[in-house]
Design a protein around this ligand. Structure first.
Ligand code: AGP
Length: 606
């Protein structure tokens, strides 16, 4: 996954391109580059690492040219370095690409046979030479149409030509791409976030479409090269200028913001007057839905798993979940009375989008639970449930995870009420508890000091385990993922009852094991599972909720008590210490907390 930008203007473009690339770094940050056209030449500069590296290595301010393309990279083919960074250019053509060309090896062989010389290890460079080769025998538009047909895989492309001083060509298949309209200039970008600081007028390309962008004109074509008309959308003008404030890292800020983001989410869906839940414009009658399928990746998948427990607890609906990259290639039995729910913070995750696309192609009921409401997944779903968390910049998702499970819990509670599968008294009670949740999160955030002291033990260990049962199991998975993402320590989330079926062999003297044992229905069983690892020398960090009953267990290394609420909502509180554990582990290691190695905030390739 990468971020691309292009600008055709009446004035120099390098500064604007650099500013947009910085906004796009959530899509990749292992290398960056820019190419402009000036004095009949392609001026290409690129370097390893962040955009600021590019700025430090090159005098970009004086990179002239009223037209240019830029790129931030998350490597798929070829190690992150300045040679494999984009743009890739021949003497006449320069290309930036987001996606994967699956037949690049075959095309490279064909082009080498035609005498083309390759500089990089990337799949992308074949596009440069293929266009150059096709231009030998065809006019521009035909050469482009032909090239796009020869490419297999996914792409969002930005292309400029030495001999055509004011043209950018954009093309899309699989990876998101948008055009923006400005005063005397026009833009190409991976998504609205990249273009929002320059315009609020935007057109999204659909799969197979390409466009010719000039500073005063934009034309769109379908894959046959036939001219098409496209809608211009107006972006919401909420310029969410988002900075770290006094926090060292966006992640630290996003963790502390959770009481407020939950308050906002609850306010959006709760009708406090009638102590009820309002899901406005829910497009389906309740009896049209007999089962639920929840789909997501990474943290969003953990939200799906959490929701499965709640839907099963509160309704008699059939509930299934799947990891999007598996769902899209599974022999699915599509059912009209199933509601397919796609969970995604960015709304641009390629596997989740492809799973949605599959369901749309089979005319299924589709609902998106997203943070970015202008995203592809939101735009292409029948119904959208925003999580109202504001921008999440830290790659390791925190407030968006709590925002996702909040909206999924509210949906499960509402469906239970609409299906008359919950007594009104219990329904009212649960809504009351929900209103108190932000305050309890606020209090639980004060576990800071304990966690800081504990973090280094996890850093020094070979590996660690996170155990939970029932409602706590998805949280154990999430806690392990956070530690992996941020401190690069191997950590595994596991159902506590499953340990004796193999993983117990991993336990050795001093190994840190987090046990999530809130005082819910699974408490006693979890404590006995905890005993199994204590008996093998594990250093147990027990996380439970405050209670007057004393914990009956010795040899616990550390104990953290979060606030108390009803069993449904305890997972929200248990998540906080785990977010902080990962944060402080990485902080102690001096790692880049907001942009961990090898990752990106939005995964827009398969
Ligand atoms: C979470 O911390 C990770 N950044 C990652 O697992 C993420 O949840 C996953 O890539 C899905 O992203 P999405 O919610 O934007 O679809």
């Amino acid at each position: 996954m990468c971020g691309i930008i292009g600008i055709s203007s009446h004035k120099s473009v390098s500064n604007s391109i650099i500013n947009s690339l910085k906004k796009l770094e959530y899509r990749g940050y292992d290398s960056a580059g820019i190419a402009t056209l000036a004095d009949g030449l392609i001026n290409e500069v690129k370097s390893k690492g962040r955009v600021e590296n590019l700025e430090n290595n090159f005098d970009l301010k004086n990179l002239s040219g009223n037209i240019g393309i830029g790129h931030v990279r998350w490597a798929t083919h070829g190690v992150p370095n300045s040679v494999n960074a984009h743009p890739h250019s021949s003497e006449n053509v320069s290309v930036v690409h987001n996606g994967i060309i699956e037949n690049s090896t075959i095309l490279k062989k064909y082009l080498l046979g035609k005498g083309h010389k390759f500089k990089s290890q990337t799949d992308t460079e074949v596009i440069v030479h293929l266009i150059t080769e096709n231009l030998k025998s065809s006019e521009l538009q035909e050469a482009i149409t032909k090239t796009l047909k020869q490419l297999h895989g996914s792409f969002a492309l930005g292309i400029i030509f030495k001999d055509i001083p004011d043209l950018i060509i954009g093309a899309r298949r699989g990876s998101p791409l948008a055009v923006g309209y400005g005063p005397n200039e026009n833009y190409l970008g991976s998504d609205s976030y990249a273009l929002k600081s320059m315009t609020n007028k935007i057109t999204y390309l659909e799969d197979g479409e390409f466009c010719f962008i000039k500073k005063d004109e934009v034309n769109f074509f379908n894959e046959e090269g036939i001219k098409i008309n496209k809608k211009v959308l107006e972006l919401s003008s909420d310029q969410q200028n988002y900075d770290k404030g006094d926090f060292k890292h966006f992640m630290a800020k996003e963790i502390e913001e959770q009481p407020q983001t939950l308050k906002t989410g609850i306010k959006e869906y709760l009708d406090s007057m009638n102590n009820d839940i309002n899901i406005y414009n829910f497009p389906w009658k309740i009896n049209e839905i007999k089962s639920i399928m929840l789909i997501g990746c990474g943290t969003a998948y953990h939200s799906c798993l959490m929701a499965k427990y709640w839907f099963e607890e509160l309704t008699t609906l059939d509930v299934n979940i799947d990891i999007a990259s598996e769902f899209r290639y599974r022999k699915n039995r599509f059912k009209n009375d199933t509601l397919y729910i796609f969970v995604s913070q960015s709304g641009e995750t390629a596997d989740t989008y492809a799973a949605l696309d599959l369901c749309n192609k089979n005319n299924m009921k589709t609902c998106a639970v997203v943070n970015v409401i202008e995203s592809s997944i939101a735009r292409d779903s029948n119904f959208v449930l925003p999580i109202h968390c504001g921008p999440e910049i830290g790659v390791a998702s925190t407030k968006a995870f709590l925002g996702q499970i909040l909206v999924l819990y509210i949906l499960s509670l509402k469906l239970s009420s609409l299906r008359e599968e919950i007594k009104n008294k219990d329904y009212q009670e649960k809504i009351k508890d929900l209103k108190n949740l932000p305050g309890l999160i606020e209090e639980t955030l004060s576990v800071d000091n304990d966690i800081q002291a504990i973090a280094s033990t996890f850093n020094e260990a070979k590996g660690s385990m996170f155990l939970g049962r029932g409602f706590s199991f998805p949280i154990a998975l999430e806690g392990a993922l956070k530690l992996k993402e941020l401190s690069y320590v191997h950590a595994e989330g596991y159902p506590a009852g499953e340990m004796k079926h193999g993983p117990l062999a991993l336990i050795e003297e001093g190994m840190p094991v987090v046990v999530l044992a809130p005082r819910d229905n699974y408490y006693k069983k979890t404590i006995s599972n905890m005993q199994e690892v204590v008996a093998r020398g594990a250093k147990v960090l027990l996380i439970t909720n405050k209670s007057k009953d004393e914990i009956v267990s010795e040899n616990i290394w550390e104990k953290i008590e979060v606030e108390t609420t009803n069993d449904d909502l305890l997972p929200f509180l248990l998540t906080i210490p785990l977010q902080k554990l990962a944060y402080y582990s990485a902080l102690k290691k001096g790692y880049d907390i907001d942009k961990p190695r090898n990752l990106a905030k939005s995964v827009t390739v398969e």
